[in-house]
Design a protein around this ligand. Structure first.
Ligand SMILES: Nc1ncnc2c1ncn2[C@@H]1O[C@H](COP(=O)(O)OP(=O)(O)OP(=O)(O)O)[C@@H](O)[C@H]1O
Length: 511
């Protein structure tokens, strides 16, 4: 537990971007061995504050003290040398380099050479000590999102940070990995490291932190000890100003088969001796939840159906029409919308204004384009109406999406895809990074879309969400659908079994 010495003090930090006041006179303290939760609705200013602390932004006003001394953090190198480590929402690891090379970047060499033996040793210590494992020879571009984030966490631990900032670190981790991270954080805490833990997952914040600071619209609105009086309802109320509402699934009568994937073999599995054939049907007015430990083919399946990746074998049809040579454009023309988990990589162009991103890939169709001319007025009015409906902040259609907060980027991409009333929607991790109000809003939108007859494939690492929204569940394991059942017949235990490779139906039959 913490002693009374603050390892870090932020005092009166203010930061504005044009008209946006991202931080308004924010003060925050972290003691040695203390885990402080930083909560706030999307766009509240949490990441900006941490970016200031990590030398990525300069504050307009305010002071930072480390171990009682006022410090000047002008660059990330300054922050790192002061013992501040940060795991950001999006990994900045160099994708062409290996895990080991990334860890060694910026390390002092020995006799002019980078010390591989030292780095490997430290990597092993972290793996053994904290259960965070990665193959040092893997090239970063081949790592899944969850593995990249694990690399960032390892990198911060590698540099022996005394203040560790974690910006939504568990959003891409499996429950087991999260447990592993939590035990790692507890050991770091015992070593006296001060930790700032940013998350929208209130249960996790309550489970791991000693104190919770809540921000709203750039200001600190609460700073409370995490004791028994703190509940997810009190926290959500502090964040959003009202109690959160939980979306409940209402059973719905499904229509005819709409999306049919027949004998599909994922490209990545083609070379394997026993490549699995995937057969999958989603009816009109039905949500199929796809669960699985990340990396078991869920993304490859989504990309194959969306035409982003080619199937090695098999066919895909919508409403009985087989789509020949599926490409993203063909699938879109057939009425399919795809919201990938990596919104900046695959969903948006980060340097382009929000308004242009809202019609990306639909620029050349009516109503945005007629006889070869783009109707910019239509583009703008469409963007403005979606921004207002989904409460995207700041409500500025000209803002490059790369400058928006993570949660607001997610709201914008959901707003874009749902606006076109898709026949089929494939959506991966729809509420990752969203605050409690936005989660309820997006989940309700998905149910409304289902009720209007859309076939939805929902890929989520959040089992609660799958149970909350799906009519049927399919579990993927090593590139195939190992088990599929109506949601009423699934339990957390049976899904867990399937996620680990055992078909619950066969296990029950044997018992
Ligand atoms: N470089 C920038 N230029 C302009 N505006 C910015 C920039 N960086 C952040 N902002 C704005 O500052 C505000 C706070 O954003 P920030 O990313 O700090 O929020 P957050 O609390 O971390 O949100 P989330 O939970 O969605 O990640 C947002 O309105 C955001 O658009």
């Amino acid at each position: 537990m913490s002693d009374q010495i603050p390892v870090l003090v932020l005092s009166g930090i203010t930061k504005t971007f044009g008209k946006t006041v991202a931080n308004s006179s924010v003060s925050l303290e972290v003691k040695r061995g203390e885990i402080v939760g930083l909560l706030g609705e999307n766009g509240a200013g949490k990441t900006t504050l941490m970016n200031i602390l990590f030398g990525l932004y300069r504050a307009d006003e305010g002071k930072v003290f480390v171990e009682g001394n006022e410090v000047n953090i002008a660059t990330t190198a300054d922050a790192i040398s002061l013992g501040i480590g940060m795991v950001q929402q999006h990994s900045h690891a160099v994708s062409r380099h290996t895990v080991l090379e990334n860890l060694m970047l910026g390390l002092p060499g020995k006799n002019g050479f980078l010390d591989r033996a030292f780095a490997l040793n430290r990597l092993k210590e972290i793996a053994d000590g904290y259960g965070l494992r990665l193959d040092p020879s893997r090239v970063v571009s081949t790592l899944a999102v969850g593995e990249r984030q694990r690399l960032d966490i390892i990198r911060a631990l590698f540099r022996r940070a005394r203040v560790l900032i974690l910006d939504e670190p568990t959003s891409v981790l499996t429950p087991q990995e999260t447990e592993g991270l939590f035990s790692a954080l507890r050991s770091l805490q015992a070593d006296g490291v001060g930790i700032i833990f940013i998350s929208h997952k209130l249960n996790e914040v309550m489970a791991i932190t000693d104190r919770i600071v809540v921000m709203r619209r750039g200001k600190v609105v609460a700073d409370v000890v995490n004791d028994k009086t703190v509940t997810s309802v009190t926290l959500a109320t502090m964040m959003c100003g009202h109690e959160p509402d939980r979306v409940q699934r209402i059973p719905h009568t499904r229509g005819d088969a709409c999306l049919v994937a027949s004998e599909v073999v994922l490209q990545r599995d083609e070379a394997k001796k026993a490549a699995h054939k995937i057969n999958l049907t989603i009816h009109s007015g039905e949500i199929l939840g796809v669960a699985g430990v990340s990396g078991n083919g869920q993304v490859a399946l989504a990309e194959t159906i969306a035409g982003v990746a080619r199937a090695a074998h098999g066919s895909i049809s919508i409403d009985g029409d087989i789509i020949e040579n599926p490409s993203p454009r063909r699938m879109q023309q057939a009425g399919l919308s795809y919201i990938p988990e990596d919104r900046i990589g695959a969903g948006f162009v980060s340097t382009m204004p929000l308004k242009d991103n809202m019609v990306l890939s639909r620029f050349s169709y009516p109503p945005f384009s007629r006889a070869g001319w783009i109707d910019w007025g239509k583009v703008l009015s469409f963007a403005e109406s979606q921004i207002a409906e989904y409460d995207v902040r700041p409500p500025d259609p000209q803002m490059p999406v790369g400058l928006m907060s993570g949660g607001n980027q997610q709201k914008a991409i959901v707003a874009r895809e749902l606006a076109f009333s898709p026949r089929v929607l494939i959506i991966a991790q729809p509420t990752r990074g969203l605050d409690v109000s936005a989660i309820a809003f997006v989940q309700r939108s998905l149910i409304t879309l289902r009720d209007a007859g859309c076939s939805i494939m929902l890929i989520s690492d959040d089992l609660d969400e799958i149970f909350q929204l799906s009519d049927r569940i399919a579990v993927m394991y090593e590139g195939s659908i190992i088990w599929e059942t109506p949601i009423e017949q699934a339990t957390v235990a049976s899904v867990g079994l399937a996620m680990n490779g055992s078909n619950p139906a066969l296990t029950e039959a044997r018992a």
